[in-house]
Design a protein around this ligand. Structure first.
Ligand SMILES: CC(C)(COP(=O)(O)OP(=O)(O)OC[C@H]1O[C@@H](n2cnc3c(N)ncnc32)[C@H](O)[C@@H]1OP(=O)(O)O)[C@@H](O)C(=O)NCCC(=O)NCCS
Length: 392
């Protein structure tokens, strides 16, 4: 197998629901990031063998094959193909894993892995339950087989997060404290310019509809406090989960260029990081969001590394109980977890998040001189991809 390197990375700022990014046509948002990630290294887009893009709600502007319509909306020639993948919230980390496999096997040399999701337009569950053009119901993916599989316990994501909190005895106070810390870390990182390397200044709209250039993630709330969070009422049919301890509904796009070492040298490019190992697991479908707990040791074993060898852990903060249960189960030092804050503060445009947190993780390695970063996300349908990167 050949070594695979990330040689360029870029992302839009994350936009709040109906916020900065609301005016974008989704393929154009992806096309914009594809252009940026290749311009950054002066790469001729004709050399890209494929674009593998993660998007969860593949309908409307995000339907057809968003990777291909993103290519059409970019400066890339029409000879560059594209494919969309969906592993729920893990989609764009899966895109990175698939791109890595294609390059490592020698099938391809240059692949862009990306993520793109505009939840403002296509909220959760947009891809089922609707009506077809001829008036028939679209149906849902959850038949009697699913009810049987989960023994009748059909939880939404919030209810699954609540069940996880119950299993690991995680309290509301712990969740609120975790959310405060996520906002504090994200705010500090933004103020210090730690996201500047990864964020491409992006056209957006302010509250009045005036066009502006956006360089900051829109969801960070620096005034988050235990008192304010304690005052929030539970949502999503739970007694625990509030808007404050959930990842907010958001928009965003991100991309990385992956390359074989040979092609990188031929083109005179410098690596940002090497992909060390990848894994993916299926987990308990009732608890749904516990996959990172088993994906972590699995990817460590594949890499021949231990928890102590990892300098940065990015465990997606879909809801506070997910990283808290992961911490409790695996005993990682809390200081290495999501050092720039996580999705509670930075948002979680579902199909975009795997690529976004991978970019933030490798950028943090570059900034701090750390060596290894481990990235993992829980997903709908109870799975979790995990990948380890090494600073090059
Ligand atoms: C949890 C959820 C239902 C909340 O929806 P919502 O009520 O529309 O949430 P918002 O983010 O708009 O926040 C509502 C209010 O809570 C309060 N709030 C939220 N976060 C806060 C914070 N950190 N500090 C203080 N107040 C806060 C604010 O008053 C906010 O209103 P405002 O935006 O007008 O200031 C929604 O964010 C959600 O579905 N998240 C999960 C998405 C998901 O499942 N992703 C996949 C994961 S597997």
């Amino acid at each position: 197998m050949r070594d695979v390197f990330i040689v360029s990375a870029a992302r839009t700022p994350v936009g709040r629901r109906n916020g900065y990014l609301r005016g974008w046509l989704v393929p154009e948002l992806l096309g914009f990031v594809l252009d940026e990630v290749t311009r950054r290294i002066d790469l001729d887009p004709a050399l890209v063998d494929d674009v593998i893009n993660g998007t969860v709600y593949q309908v409307g502007e995000q339907g057809f094959t968003l990777a291909r319509s993103g290519v059409f909306a970019s400066r890339f020639p029409s000879t560059v193909p594209g494919v969309s993948v969906n592993r729920q919230c893990g989609s764009s980390l899966t895109a990175i894993q698939l791109a890595t496999g294609m390059i490592a096997s020698g099938t391809m040399d240059v692949v862009i892995a990306s993520g793109c999701e505009v939840m403002s337009k296509y909220p959760i569950a947009s891809d089922f339950g609707g009506t077809l053009p001829d008036g028939r119901g679209q149906g849902t993916p959850f038949g009697a087989f699913y009810v049987k599989r989960v023994e009748g316990k059909i939880y939404n994501q919030g209810q699954a997060a609540e069940a996880i909190a119950e299993k690991w005895s995680i309290t509301r106070d712990e969740c609120d404290a975790f959310a405060v810390s996520s906002h504090e870390k994200a705010h500090a990182a933004a103020q210090a310019g730690h996201f500047d390397r990864e964020i491409v200044p992006t056209k957006g709209l302010d509250a009045d509809g005036t066009q502006i250039t956006v360089t900051r993630d829109e969801t960070i709330r620096p005034d988050t406090s235990m008192e304010k969070l304690a005052a929030l009422e539970p949502v999503l049919g739970t007694k625990l989960i509030t808007a404050g301890i959930s990842s907010p509904v958001t928009d965003g796009a991100s991309a990385v260029v992956l390359m074989s070492g040979e092609r990188m040298k031929e083109l005179g490019l410098e690596p940002i990081a090497r992909v060390v190992a990848s894994a993916v697991v299926g987990s308990d479908p009732v608890l749904m969001l516990t996959g990172p707990i088993t994906a972590t040791p699995k990817v460590l074993e594949r890499a021949g590394l231990a928890m102590d060898d990892i300098d940065v852990f990015e465990v997606n903060e879909a809801f506070a109980p997910i990283p808290l249960a992961w911490l409790r189960e695996l005993g990682a030092p809390a200081g290495k977890l999501n050092p720039c804050g996580g999705a509670i503060a930075l948002g979680h445009p579902v199909g975009n998040s795997g690529c976004r947190i991978s970019i933030t993780a490798v950028s943090e390695l570059q900034r701090t001189g750390g060596r290894h970063a481990l990235v993992t996300l829980c997903t709908g349908g109870a799975m979790a991809p995990a990948t380890i990167f090494e600073r090059a």
